[in-house]
Design a protein around this ligand. Structure first.
Ligand code: UT7
Length: 328
């Protein structure tokens, strides 16, 4: 019997219209364009409109996926959303998206894995397809980082942006789709990148809000060191595990946190710059959104059978790599 694999059959991205450049940020915090570009590779990022929530991104993503594939939202079995910036703490943004987009036959949930949210969600969706439970699973990675950023903190506000994307997973029996996954986590890293208050550990109070502890905190250097090592290592590991040489890899699709981390990963894999998807200069770090945004932007250049390595590192710590063969 032919093994069923889970293949991506449609991709859609979404970024809000509003652009915030490094020059705009120079007016808000003590920073400058030269520092941001040389340390991160970011030139500008997108910011959601007032009132625009994660589910609004999701609805556009779901509609785009269905239109491109020529299917109805009623055909969707499941919607898994990798994100840390849902509309509410509960209910899940998957519930809201399914309602607004008309996915009346779908169920789903949100999955919290910060910058690795899309990879984690993709792996969960893979299992439901491979075991034959579902035929059409939408996997979304998206974040509205502006909703949890302190625009007076230059250590974080220059890095992150809003946006994301999603893919449709369907069964494939021609040998295309997701070939292998390696996912990792180390909760000991939680103190270096987190939103400290507002959860059950320390609910919001006027006092902790006054101390700005409800915003994203990042100890950048520690996260950077961990990211450089672990993202490069997991990407190299998945190549070795699948006997892939650098020539075999057609595309590296890295999480867009910092151009220096992306370069280190490509170098470790022996993959040339021409094979690396990079759009950090336009969108910054959209957390769970970066990888599907890359797939969306590069979709027209991808060929059936291309070997892609997706790799991420983020808060948690969470990291991982997915090897897939492009199916269309
Ligand atoms: O996506 C989730 C995972 N996140 C990541 O992977 C991010 C990992 N971390 C990073 O990308 C980098 O650590 C940052 C981009 C956040 C910071 O870059 P860095 O090279 O690690 O800078 P640093 O924190 O070591 O700061 C270097 C200098 C310091 O000044 P002194 O002490 O050398 O005088 C900072 O005060 O740069 C200063 N600095 C800034 N200057 C201008 C820090 N932030 C800024 C800023 N503008 N925004």
């Amino acid at each position: 019997m032919t093994k069923i694999t889970a293949a991506i059959t449609s991709v859609q991205g979404y970024v809000p219209e509003k652009i915030v450049t490094n020059l705009d940020l120079e007016k808000m915090v003590d920073t400058n364009d030269e520092w941001i570009v040389s340390r991160t590779g970011i030139k500008e990022r997108r910011i959601a409109a007032p009132g625009e929530a994660l589910s609004d991104f999701g609805v556009k993503i779901i509609q785009g996926i269905c239109e491109k594939r020529g299917i109805s939202p009623l055909d969707i079995d499941m919607v898994i959303v990798g994100s840390i910036t849902g509309d509410y703490r509960f209910p899940s943004s998957s519930n809201v998206m399914c309602d607004k987009a008309g996915c009346k036959n779908a169920w789903g949930f949100d999955l919290s894995a910060a910058c690795s949210g899309f990879l984690y969600a993709l792996d969960v969706g893979r299992v439901y397809i491979e075991n034959g439970t579902y035929k059409k699973v939408i996997v979304i990675g998206a974040d509205v980082m502006s909703s949890i950023l302190n625009y007076q903190d230059r250590a974080t506000c220059i890095i992150f942006g809003d946006g994301g994307g999603g893919v449709l997973l369907e069964p494939n029996n021609e040998g295309f789709g997701i070939m292998d996954t390696i996912l990792k986590a180390d909760g000991a890293g939680r103190e270096f990148l987190l939103q400290e208050v507002g959860g059950s550990k320390e609910p919001l109070t006027a006092e902790n809000i006054g101390e700005n502890r409800h915003f994203v905190f990042q100890e950048g250097q520690t996260v950077f060191k961990q990211a450089v090592t672990n993202m490069a290592e997991v990407a190299a590991n998945i190549m070795e595990k699948n006997q892939l040489t650098s020539e075999d890899v057609d595309w590296l699709v890295p999480h867009q946190a910092n151009l220096r981390i992306i370069d280190a990963t490509a170098k470790r894999m022996g993959v040339g710059k021409e094979k690396v998807m990079v759009n950090i200069e336009k969108f910054g770090n959209t957390t769970a959104g970066t990888i599907p945004l890359c797939l969306w932007e590069w979709e027209s250049q991808l060929k059936k059978g291309d070997n892609l390595i997706l790799a991420s590192f983020g808060g948690g710590f969470t990291w991982g790599a997915i090897y897939l063969k492009w199916a269309y």
